[in-house]
Design a protein around this ligand. Structure first.
Ligand SMILES: Nc1ncnc2c1ncn2[C@@H]1O[C@H](COP(=O)(O)OP(=O)(O)OP(=O)(O)O)[C@@H](O)[C@H]1O
Ligand SMILES: [Mg+2]
Length: 387
């Protein structure tokens, strides 16, 4: 007996759009179902013509329908949504989460200042019922592995089942999309930016909005604006964790972050040598100055384990421990030097994905567990803000 149209739609209901993370049936992406004997034809309307997920959507639809009794072949035809259909999708998503995770509505007043979008959309991370933990990864100087730590920590958290986003706020040297192997831009539906997802991590980077070799020489106000857009216009959904790869040093981005994300926790990455540790201390003082809680130190490039099983401490030792004790915060983890970590970064395949049982991955998993276990730093109660 041939399947019915209803059975086809029921089977498609659990199929999620890979980027929007909602049912393709609920999003009204199924435009037509044709049943001819044991052949089923489905017309799926995509949000954008050049949708990078064409193959993935076709596969998900085929996989959902092929096992149905009475179905021998599945034909998937892809079309593109009209403006009106896109508007309807955007409204549905905003009704679910708001642009970024909370109910849409006016910007929240904070400290007497409106921190929502100019047009009045809310910064969801300011909302009192928002539960996202914001992990700001900083360092006093470049090249210590901030981006590598951010990416692998984000992947480790996603592997533990959390909803995770990563915001590449390193406007001077954005590198996160490449490290995650993301080669397409975010999908933009009207004024809503849908972040690409890699290894379970939603990613937004300033790199998506400027050319590859275009130097970014934005001044404070523009950076401020860009960061605001990343928080307000990006459809983050309900995140458990938002990892922020901060630019090296102190500066404007940190100030904007403190203003837009007053619940941010700050983590300092350092290498084991004493000199690096002194520089990292600057980042820590910055956190204190802008009144964000410093939660801990992460030491990177701590040692290299040779084939003989011995640990070689190429960059000295004790820097992380010393910095943590100077600052009165815990040393949360030590990550060894692992060639596969660098290669993974270059190839866009994080070591936490390609070698999950390796030394570095295990230590990233432990670091993620430690950060989860320690919980958020304090209860944020915007209603208690002194105005
Ligand atoms: N534990 C590690 N083992 C091996 N290579 C590493 C490790 N950590 C970082 N690297 C490599 O060191 C280089 C610098 O790392 P990364 O880009 O993460 O640092 P960063 O602090 O973000 O730098 P920048 O200041 O330029 O943003 C990269 O090539 C990266 O692959
Ligand atoms: Mg970096």
């Amino acid at each position: 007996m041939p399947v019915t149209e209803e059975q086809v739609l029921e089977a498609l209901r659990p199929v999620l759009d890979p980027e929007l993370h909602l049912s393709i049936v609920e999003l009204d992406m199924i435009k037509q179902v044709r049943v001819a004997g044991d052949r089923v034809g489905v017309v799926v309307a995509l949000t954008v013509a050049g949708c990078p997920m064409r193959g993935e959507i076709t596969k998900r639809v085929t996989d959902a329908l092929a096992p149905l009794a009475g179905v021998a072949a599945v034909d998937v035809e892809l079309t593109v949504m009209s403006e009106a259909e896109l508007s309807a999708v955007r409204d549905k998503m905003q009704a679910r989460h708001g642009a970024g995770g909370a109910a849409a509505g006016g910007g929240h007043a904070h400290g007497g200042q409106r921190l929502g979008h100019e047009e009045g959309r809310a910064n969801p991370f300011m909302s009192s019922d928002n539960r996202t933990r914001i992990l700001g990864i900083t360092s006093g100087k470049g090249g210590v592995g901030k981006s590598s730590v951010s990416v692998n920590l984000a992947v480790a958290l996603a592997k533990q089942g959390f909803e995770v986003g990563i915001l590449d706020a390193d406007v001077y040297g954005f590198s996160v999309p490449k490290m995650l192997g993301i080669d397409h831009d975010p999908v933009v539906i009207e004024d809503m930016i849908v972040p690409p997802v890699a290894y379970g991590v939603k990613c937004i980077s300033i790199g998506f909005f400027v050319g590859e070799d275009q130097p970014v020489m934005w001044r404070g106000p523009m950076l401020h604006k860009a960061l605001e857009q990343f928080l307000v216009d990006v459809y983050w959904g309900d995140l458990d964790y938002l990892v922020i790869d901060m630019p090296p040093g102190t500066g404007d981005v940190a100030l904007s972050m403190a203003q837009y994300l007053p619940r941010s926790e700050v983590y300092v990455v350092t290498t084991p040598q004493a000199a690096a540790q002194r520089v990292a201390q600057r980042a820590a003082y910055m956190a204190k100055k802008i009144n964000l809680p410093l939660r801990g130190v992460i030491e990177n490039m701590s040692w290299f384990t040779g084939d003989d099983g011995r640990r070689y401490e190429l960059f000295g030792r004790g820097g992380g421990e010393q910095l943590a004790s100077d600052l009165g915060v815990p040393l949360l983890g030590q990550i060894p030097l692992v060639p596969a970590l660098r290669e993974g970064g270059d190839l866009g395949t994080p070591v936490t994905v390609t070698d999950p049982s390796g030394e570095a991955s295990q230590l990233f998993d432990a670091l993620a567990e430690e950060i989860v276990a320690r919980g958020p730093s304090r209860v944020f109660r915007p209603e208690l803000t002194i105005r």
